[in-house]
Design a protein around this ligand. Structure first.
Ligand SMILES: *Cc1c(COP(=O)(O)O)cnc(C)c1O
Length: 460
């Protein structure tokens, strides 16, 4: 295909995309295929000669959509959403067309400068103080790893980067058991070791016990460990747990430890001032992450990290060999020095388009609706016989189970997802298998959400 072919086929692709989205409600949300059944239909080696685009297109339309789970389906209530406002998809098309690699400022000045502006817009939208600057990563996992590497190196006075970790004191990081597995992964990958991620018990509210955090740090110091930081949970993936930011950050500060908040999902809700009490005190953290690709509407992937002092992270992750210098200018920001990969996509464009086309007020209304509909649905499910509510709505996430036990709950979940009208997933909560329900898909309506009650009534 040449660029003329691209022009023609892009138009066809745009039409296809429109029809696909229009038809989503008629598709089962979750892929219904058997594992391997698509792979087995593909040739076992690449063709030697190029094939006609018509043939490739036909195979795409006949094989792929039915083998997808439809994240943009308005009745996708599983995991957390990965929203894609149409205008953010448009921005991605333009980014694709330019196909730049924004590794340093001069490699794509607009990418860097729009990113800088968007970090200010988002920081203000979330109600965070001027002290924070930010950058965009691919995922919350990478952002958290970056923050934890920075904690490690700040504690080692940047010796780990050069000498390695052997011979260094044994480090400790603190978090509650409600934090996401990306924290466990980060401590593994950062060479700190998962055994040194101390999981502090939570109270009935699922918040980390500040008194036990303080005690654990003291005990570890007495035992010769080197505490390096605290990771706080703002909207846990399982059932939406929130740590008490203010208390925990005060303890970390008193111990001279940095704090990192994982608000990958719930961060988007903080554009609504009424939800900010949930993370009261967050402004005292050193690092905060949230994924605009989850609830806000920026197409995947897009994870934002705000930092109080980016210099520490740049000192940890930044390398500037001669071939990455911008000759003649010293006053530019090279965002690769703030993150792990060198190459970077122009992710800020979709945030720019999204915030301008919708405005914060429309984005707030969507999130407010999702929360209100989740609460309404919760009350309806609570009234169904045989069901026990296992966690009440945190923002738009709650959970429930069958009174009859885990096996029955699992069977019900399978029935629901085989039915296809809605899609829900499970978690373990307080030793039980429970069904998670979150409202957050960009195009979902109240009717879509209330369909969950209809399906449950039929399948119970
Ligand atoms: C989704 C999620 C993550 C992981 O996000 P990725 O961007 O997929 O790495 C981490 N923490 C929380 C609380 C999440 O909800």
């Amino acid at each position: 295909m040449d660029h003329k072919g691209l022009k023609e086929w892009s138009k066809k692709a745009a039409d296809w995309a429109h029809d696909y989205h229009e038809g989503l409600r008629d598709r089962p949300v979750r892929a219904t295929m058997e594992p391997g059944s698509l792979r087995d239909q593909l040739p076992t080696a690449a063709p030697e000669q190029g094939e006609a685009m018509e043939q490739i297109w036909e195979d795409f339309t006949s094989l792929v959509p039915d083998a997808m789970t439809h994240w943009q389906h308005p009745r996708f209530f599983a995991y957390f959403p990965a929203n894609a406002a149409p205008v953010s998809m448009l921005a991605e098309q333009l980014v694709n067309a330019m196909a730049s690699n924004a590794l340093i400022w001069q490699a794509a000045p607009a990418a860097t400068e729009v990113e800088q502006a968007m970090m200010v817009w988002l920081r203000k939208a979330l109600g965070l103080p001027d002290a924070f600057t930010g950058t965009i990563h691919d995922s919350a996992t990478t952002a958290t790893l970056s923050a934890i590497l920075t904690m490690r190196e700040a504690a080692l006075e940047w010796k780990g980067l050069y000498e390695g970790l052997s011979g260094q004191p044994r480090m400790r990081i603190y978090a509650s058991g409600e934090t996401h597995s990306s924290i466990d992964k980060a401590v593994r990958v950062a060479g700190i070791g998962q055994d040194n991620l101390v999981k502090i018990p939570v109270d009935e509210d699922l918040s980390m016990r500040p008194d036990l955090l303080a005690q654990a740090i003291k005990d570890d110091r007495a035992a010769g460990y080197l505490p390096i930081g605290v990771v706080l949970c703002a909207g846990g993936t399982s059932v939406g747990a929130f740590d008490k930011m203010k208390e925990c950050i005060a303890i970390a500060r008193a111990e001279d430890l940095p704090t990192h908040i994982d608000a990958a999902w719930a961060g988007s809700a903080m554009i609504c001032p009424e939800f900010r009490p949930l993370w009261d005190g967050a402004e005292g953290a050193d690092s905060i992450i949230f994924n605009p690709h989850k609830w806000l509407g920026a197409q995947f992937d897009c994870a934002v990290q705000f930092m109080r002092n980016p210099i520490e992270q740049v000192r940890t992750l930044g390398l500037r060999p001669t071939y990455l210098e911008t000759l003649g200018t010293s006053e530019v920001t090279n965002f690769n020095e703030w993150t792990i990969p060198l190459g970077r996509r122009f992710r800020a464009l979709k945030i720019w388009f999204l915030l301008r086309a919708h405005g914060l007020e429309d984005l707030r209304n969507r999130i407010r609706n999702h929360v209100a509909w989740a609460e309404e649905l919760y009350a309806k499910i609570e009234a169904l016989a045989g069901i026990e509510m296992t966690s009440s709505p945190r923002l738009s996430l709650f959970s429930f189970a069958l009174e009859a036990g885990d096996a029955a709950t699992e069977k019900l979940l399978q029935k629901i997802n085989d039915d296809g009208r809605i899609y829900l997933t499970q978690t373990h909560h307080k030793g039980r298998l429970v069904i998670r329900m979150q409202v957050g898909q960009f195009d979902c309506t109240r009717d879509d959400v209330m369909m969950v009650e209809t399906v449950l009534k039929e399948l119970l």
